[in-house]
Each structure stands twice: as structure tokens, then as C-alpha cells.
Design a protein around this ligand. Structure first.
Ligand code: SF4
Length: 312
């Protein structure tokens, strides 16, 4: 079957039109054939990954998801295009129905999302992730338990959906905060929300979901990959992490000659040069940071890599 051709990223006649612009991103609309994808690798503990969008406006320099772009030009322009899976809610409803027919009392474990941010800025307009949550909650009408859900995001837009989040019996929110220094964040992921905005979002969730209002979600902060934090920010950052139940750390993606490794994007590798004071002794600095987490966050679960991404 012919590959779709996206306006702005192909020569000749495109088969997909630009639907609109949102900020600097070209937004395309497409119908997905399926939505729930078998989870593998780092998140194989889940049954499925769920990605409402292809592409991500945050365009982080180290993002491995760029490797899943539809073509090389779009991979190079990672962060400047998004494909909205317009029929996502209908497809998810059908796929869940199929699952529950076979497993009426055994809910699927779903990781939202593995190759996009489900709460990137466009979500404030599209409300696609919100509709997916609604579909997952609707299974209760047929007396099925709601999916075990993990939401991976770096966006405060998640707080818009607190009304739905508190209705999931088994929910973990993974907030990505790879550094405690705003200047480092601006270098590696200049389009993403500030560290303060992410921490405030977690605070808002904690303040607004109380046991008498619904189920209380588990909260992780994922420092993945662990970026440098300036010495002047480190103590305050570690203290702020105590808002979570779990902190997950992970090395910067290693430089292998494989297309799915984030560091093959030259952008992140170039930025790393600026932080030679950290990366020249990366292993040692990683261990030192980990030890500080363990000694200072005594009531919080500290996990590494794959081990930290599970629901439990
Ligand atoms: S927010 Fe996540 S998916 Fe989006 S660019 Fe950054 S790392 Fe990639």
C-alpha cells in the first residue's frame, strides 16, 4: 500500500492535507486502523500502549520517538508536526469491547503514551485524550473494571481531566522532570513546560483528588533520562521530588549505532557537549545523584529504568 504523503514533507501531490497550524506545528488528521498496540521492551509489563497522536509538539532533543516518524524529513523536523488520530475514541471503544468479551473481569494494562505526549498543547484544543479516558471509564456501564492505566506526560494540561482521573481505580501518573535546573531544561527541551509548572500540576492533582472524592492515583516523577542538575539547584530539586510516591531515574540513552536510540539525533549529542562537566563522568554523577535520592527521600520508592515504569 502506498505510504501517505504529508503536505510540506513531500514533493508532488500530498495524500494528506494540512488540517491547520497549532503554534508552529503542522496538524494533520488521519484515521487509525487500530489503537491499542502490544507493549514491548521497556514497558512489556503492560498489555498495550496507547498513542492518541503521532508526533509531539514538545520536540525534546533526546526523544527516541522521533525514530517512528513517517519519513526522514518529518523525523528531522520532529516537534513541528502532529497527526491527530481522529477516530481514536471509536476504535478504542471497539478494541476494549473485544478485550472484555474475552476477559470480563480482567482489565487491560494500558500505557498512555509511549511515543507522544498525550497532553501536548494541541490536546487543549482537540480533547482527544480526554475522550479516550471517557471511553475507558464507560466500560463500567457493562460492569467491567476500568483499565489499569499509566499516564506518561510532562504537561500541566493533565489537570484539566482531574474529574476523570479520580474515577480510575488503578491509575499511576508519571510526570517527566529530567532535570531540576530550568537552564538545562531550556537547552534540552526548550518547548516543554517549566519544571515549576509540572510540579504545580502534581500539587494540584494531589490537592484535588482526595479519597472521599474518588480513587487516589499513584504519582511518579520520571527523571528519564537523568539530565544534569546544577549544584545550586540540586538540594531544592530533591526536596521537591518528595511530592511523588516514586522517583524513577535512568541513564541518558547510550550512543549505539541503532536507529531507535535517541542519541542518534545529533541535536541532543551537541547539547551534551555544553555539559561536559557532567557527561565526562556520567556514571559517577549518576551514582552520586542516585545515592542522594536514596539518602534524602527515605519515604519514597526510588527505582531505576525499566523497573520503575511498571504500575505496581
Ligand atoms: S514529550 Fe515525550 S514524546 Fe514528546 S518529544 Fe518529549 S520525550 Fe518525546
Amino acid at each position: 500500500m502506498a505510504q501517505p504523503r504529508y503536505q510540506g514533507y513531500c514533493t508532488g501531490k500530498p495524500t494528506k492535507l494540512v488540517k491547520e497550524k497549532f503554534g508552529s506545528a503542522n496538524v494533520y488528521a488521519q484515521n487509525a486502523k487500530s489503537l491499542l498496540t502490544k507493549a514491548t521492551g521497556f514497558i512489556e509489563a503492560y498489555d498495550f500502549t496507547l498513542n492518541p497522536y503521532r508526533g509531539c509538539q514538545y520536540g525534546c532533543s533526546y526523544c527516541y520517538a522521533a525514530a517512528f516518524s513517517p519519513n526522514t524529513k518529518m523525523r528531522q523536523d520532529w516537534g513541528n508536526w502532529v497527526i491527530v488520530k481522529e477516530n481514536a475514541a471509536e476504535i478504542l471503544a471497539k478494541e476494549l469491547q473485544k478485550w472484555y468479551e474475552k476477559n470480563p473481569q480482567n482489565p487491560p494494562r494500558i500505557y498512555l503514551s509511549s511515543v507522544t505526549d498525550p497532553y501536548q498543547p494541541l490536546e487543549s484544543q482537540q480533547q482527544l485524550t480526554r475522550r479516550l479516558l471517557e471511553v475507558m471509564l464507560d466500560v463500567r456501564d457493562n460492569n467491567h473494571p476500568t483499565p489499569t492505566l499509566v499516564i506518561q506526560t510532562r504537561s500541566p494540561i493533565i489537570t484539566r481531566d482531574i474529574d476523570y482521573l479520580q474515577r480510575f481505580q488503578r491509575l499511576r501518573i508519571n510526570m517527566s522532570i529530567p532535570t531540576g535546573s530550568e537552564s538545562v531544561r531550556r537547552d534540552f527541551e526548550p518547548r516543554s513546560p517549566s519544571i515549576k509548572a509540572r510540579l504545580n500540576a502534581l500539587l494540584k492533582i494531589k490537592q484535588n483528588i482526595e479519597p472521599f472524592k474518588g480513587f487516589v492515583p499513584k504519582i511518579s516523577i520520571t527523571i528519564t533520562p537523568l539530565l544534569p542538575t546544577l549544584a545550586t539547584d540540586e538540594l531544592a530539586f530533591i526536596q521537591q521530588l518528595s511530592i511523588a510516591d516514586r522517583v524513577v531515574i535512568q541513564d541518558f540513552h547510550p550512543t549505539y549505532n541503532r536507529s531507535l536510540i535517541a542519541s542518534t539525533r545529533s541535536e541532543a549529542e551537541e547539547i551534551k557537549q555544553k555539559y561536559a562537566w557532567w557527561y565526562q563522568n556520567q556514571q559517577l554523577n549518576y551514582m552520586k545523584f542516585k545515592n542522594k535520592l536514596i539518602s534524602q527521600l527515605t519515604n519514597i520508592e526510588i527505582k531505576e529504568g525499566k523497573d520503575g515504569f511498571g504500575y505496581e
